[in-house]
Design a protein around this ligand. Structure first.
Ligand code: SAM
Length: 227
């Protein structure tokens, strides 16, 4: 009667723990954000456990049915498309329901884009503020303005389609000289850290618009740069 919350790679298939592979092989069922996405990983490690999907469109009835099976003594693992389940993906709903039902929740730590981005950024990370995805529409300017006096490194997820808009709004809200880092394609072949001022990175990206998954980090207000 346990729900294992299992971290999986964010790009590089080698970024999974020995324990995670064993647990994924041993549980009765793996709950996936998207079974087709997870199939690549499961095939790679010859994990033959049955899968079912649990995503943001899953009904309460599906969550209730899974909780009933857990209460009846089954062991399930939950994985998301990438990284640590629940970090800006739909896993939270089921984890919360499991805790409320008195089910043992066992986290298996591992890859997450937040921590990989911080670890390679060169920015202070003794304390940081993770704010999830930049809102797609409303609240963007207010969010960036609220970071003006922030003295912790701030970590945000952003889509490549909106990064130019984000940089332009950051330029207005934070000024041209605030240091930022954009961590792209972490753990993958084209992994790149772009480090500099909002103004420098805006200029670079306007010449070559960046592709791929990305994390945006905003340096603390008084951070004095990389020189
Ligand atoms: N649960 C995941 C985690 O632990 O990082 C995050 C899931 S969220 C739906 C997906 C977002 O995470 C992407 O849009 C991107 O901002 C970030 N991300 C995931 N993998 C990444 C990677 N390899 N490189 C850079 N950012 C990544």
């Amino acid at each position: 009667m346990s729900l294992y919350v299992v971290s999986t790679p964010i790009g590089n298939l080698e970024d999974i723990t020995v324990r995670a592979v064993r647990v994924l092989k041993e549980v009765d069922l793996i709950l996936c954000e998207d079974t087709r996405t997870s199939r690549v990983l499961l095939n790679h490690y010859e994990i033959k456990t049955s899968t079912t999907s649990f995503h943001s469109y899953s009904t309460d009835a599906k969550a209730d049915a899974l909780i009933r099976e857990l209460l009846a003594g089954k062991n399930f693992a939950m994985i998301s498309d990438a990284g640590t389940p629940g970090i800006s993906d739909p896993a939270f709903v089921l984890i919360n329901a499991a805790v409320k039902a008195g089910i043992t929740v066992i986290p298996l730590p591992g890859a997450s884009a937040v921590l990989a981005a911080l670890a390679g950024s060169g920015l202070p990370m003794d304390k940081f503020l993770y704010l999830g995805f930049v809102p797609a529409k409303k609240g963007r300017v207010t969010l960036f303005e609220s970071l003006r006096d922030e003295d912790r490194t701030v970590v945000l997820y952003e889509s490549p389609h909106r990064i130019m808009k984000t940089l332009s709004q950051m330029l207005d809200a934070l000024g041209p000289d605030r240091i930022i880092v954009i961590a792209r394609e972490l753990t993958k072949m084209h992994e790149t850290f772009h480090r500099g001022t909002v103004s420098q990175i805006s200029t670079d990206f306007s010449k070559t618009p960046p592709k791929g998954e990305m994390v945006v980090l905003v340096a603390p207000k008084n951070f004095d740069g990389f020189k």
